[in-house]
Design a protein around this ligand. Sequence first.
Ligand SMILES: [Mg+2]
Length: 510
Amino acid sequence: LAQSPDTARGFTVCFLTGRVMCVVSLIFPFSLLLDLLPPGVCSLLNPAAIYANNEISLGDVEIYGFDYDYTLAQYSNLLHSMIFNTARDILIEQFKYPEGLGKYDYIPGFAIRGLHYDVQKVSCTKFSLLGLVFHCVLVLVEMLSVIELYGGTQHIPLYQMSDFYGKGPSLKQFMDIFSLPEMTLLSSVIDYFITHGIEFDQVHLYKDISDAIRDVHVKGVMYKWIEKDMEQYILHGDEIYAVLNRLVNHKKKLFLITNSPFSFVDKGMKHMVGKNWRDLFDMVIVQADKPNFFTDRRKPFRKLDDNGSLQWDKINQLEKGKIYKEGNLFDFLRLTGWRGSKVLYFGDHLYSDLADLMLRHGWRTGAIVPELETEIRIINTEQYMHSLTWQQALTGLLERMQMYQDAESKQVLLEWMKERQEIRSLTKNLFNPQFGSIFRTFHNPTYFSRRLVRFSDIYMASISCLLNYDVNFTFYPRRTPLQHEAPLWMDQLCTGCMKTPFLEEMVHIR
Ligand SMILES: [Mg+2]
């Protein structure tokens, strides 16, 4: 598993390099470090703000569309443990994997979204282990061994990379929030095989684990847990009700396109919004089979009756209050006339929910990225601010002082380089000790980050962030300086800073 930047040349492997010693140099007095920070710079960002990649005015949006899982329905982390345990048991009981795997539990916070996994290349026989480092469970790979695997380079050519939907000939990108337990299970099983000296086939292993995880979803086990204990699994229901109700009161039209089945969505929406939730929506489409829904014309819409039973009649119009199954976006556009930038669709999956809408169909898009909340809380800490400021100051020093090449200066430069590397790791580890932030790998935006910018007009931690903004609010993206530009303009401290919640009357709901 690797966190990687997206570069024009292809892909650079940044595998784990071992336990990092986080020692900040004592050469530079701490009081001076504090002086580098502008006053009031900590706790500046509001985790409930909405961030813009493109300018968009909500006043122009007449129709709001939503995905369901992890967009309207936010699930608690307990779900990940349940998925992990169930898939692990499927491996043991159905796929006859060793019973010793039963000792592995889910490790919250081990993996992050957006990681790449090389299905073919990473053979256990070539691993160079540094031992069991994280919670005595999961293996680390030494950087030199990884470079050896890739023929002496960190670079992977574009043609070997994942395709548009994160599936390449050998590299798979994990983009789904549900893939967190999958990545942890993959790492656990590999750990078991390596520590017990058991030879295994990497390709079979990957497929078996994917199948086990898929079974948890497809066979409906997961739906049953959630339906049985909504209170425990579904978060922020009252805020979702407030968002939807407010949009309808402002004469906006709402629709839902989800891959989940009707009975599951119906129970969840009743829990969050109330038994009359369908009155708020003009259109509800279930089991839509996204992303194929957006690209493939072949499946026509089918209608469900009020009990969720399938009807056979041909669909010539989409009626308010009815439930539809399958279908495709081309028929949806033809029957509703809801085209272009007056439609704003929210989803959590950058590929399955948003990519085609942005690139092919011209709807506006909003990405739900729950990780934003935790990451912004970390960015707001003094520790992060100090590390980042010192790291940038050291980088500036190195850039300016590199021309001094006498022996004494060279020694100082070397120490600065070492210290900079330590602080870079320290800053990265604040987010996740294994893989860092989902948005940056050291100074570069990650592959995930670039896709987020490309496929979403706005992004936020949760749909409920909409409650902080007027329904006619215009989002302006920050003017990020290009490499040859000086950041001379005054908007660098605007988006997300201090001014939210913007609406006093909505404070009670947050
Ligand atoms: Mg979803």
